[in-house]
Design a protein around this ligand. Sequence first.
Ligand code: HEM
Length: 394
Amino acid sequence: MELNPFSYDFHENPYPIYRWLRDNAPLYRNDHLEFWALSRFADVMAAFVDWATYSSAEGVLLERLDPKHIEMTPMILFLDPPQHDRLRKLVSRVFTPRRVAELEPFVREIAARLLEPLVAAGGGDFVKDFSTPLPMEVIFALLGVPDEDRHQIREWTDVALARDPDSPDLPPRAIEAMMKAMRYWYQLLPMLRRRPNDGLICALCDAEIETDDGRTTRLTDGEIVGLCSLLGAAGSETTTRLLANAVVLFAEYPGEYAKVLADPAGIPAAIEEVLRHSAPTQYAARTITRDVEWYGQRLPKGDRILLIIASANRDERQYSDPDRFHVGRTIENTITFGQGVHFCLGASLARLESRVALEEFARCFPRYAVDQARAVRVHHSNVHGFSSLPFARG
Ligand code: HEM
């Protein structure tokens, strides 16, 4: 049995392989692709919280990033403390549950507006027409990105994420798209400094940070660009996948959808169950900073290891009947948004957007069917979801 996160077949249904790993190789080694993997809930959790041993500094994907690239645009996701904490402290002020809650009317207005033509047409493409533009509009408005540029950034993000079948290498077109997006952000900063708006980018340009010796500094352009590109991508991509996974699961389990329709107050719990059952982010990669031992095996410093969130979420040692989608499930300890210092900064926003989106969708489409045969999957080592999902009123 091989775990190959680049295989198109694997993307269709990774769960049987994850089960095999948990039962037969809770510490797994892939010699060919040169990584280790942990798949049980308790192990994944333990590694997540030990950032000193499991470092993010060489990237959190299996595809290694060019160190020059990371240096040019230092992203919080690829920084270990203490550098990480300096940036995190600044941005986390914007994403507190209270600040995020204030966005609800704005999110609802976008959701209702996007659903209108779908209601009139009796369906459409759930991903292209609804779950992609919704979080994109929200995050770009928060950042203060000019309207006319938003679509282009999203297109670059899509190209940057697409991988060739079974290949561990970043395709040249993906690198090119990342560079174009990066150049865009670098050019946007002087423009926004000349004509400021009330978005997060301008706030970051003005922010003064106190250093340990009492001086104040500002963020470098590289740090601001790193944050913009991370927030632009993470802030839309994951929620897009979560929403489509929800709609597919509700169609597969009509009894569970009926519960949500009968009591929309259950939507937040249903979303947690969608995230557990079909995690949009499948794993986080780390680099080991000192020799460690797992299951009697020594793992040397410098090796790469995957912490498989999606497998931990289906671990029968943690959840009863884990393959079953059950909207009333109580989930006490979630790992879907990661854990420890890198715990997802946008978790509150993702939860708000998805609750509002599903409330509005359920109101408009109490009965619908998805066209699985025409659905198109995203092919990326770490993303589980659809890039196209036709649906119609049932
Ligand atoms: C369903 C939606 C989402 C999922 C499943 C998700 C998942 C994750 C995971 C697993 C991590 C940890 C990665 C690691 O430890 O290597 C993470 C970090 C992060 N997420 Fe999310 N995310 C979601 C939505 C969002 C949104 C809406 C935003 C933007 C507002 C966002 C911004 C971030 C940022 C900035 C980090 C890095 C935090 C740090 O390094 O301190 N995410 N996310």
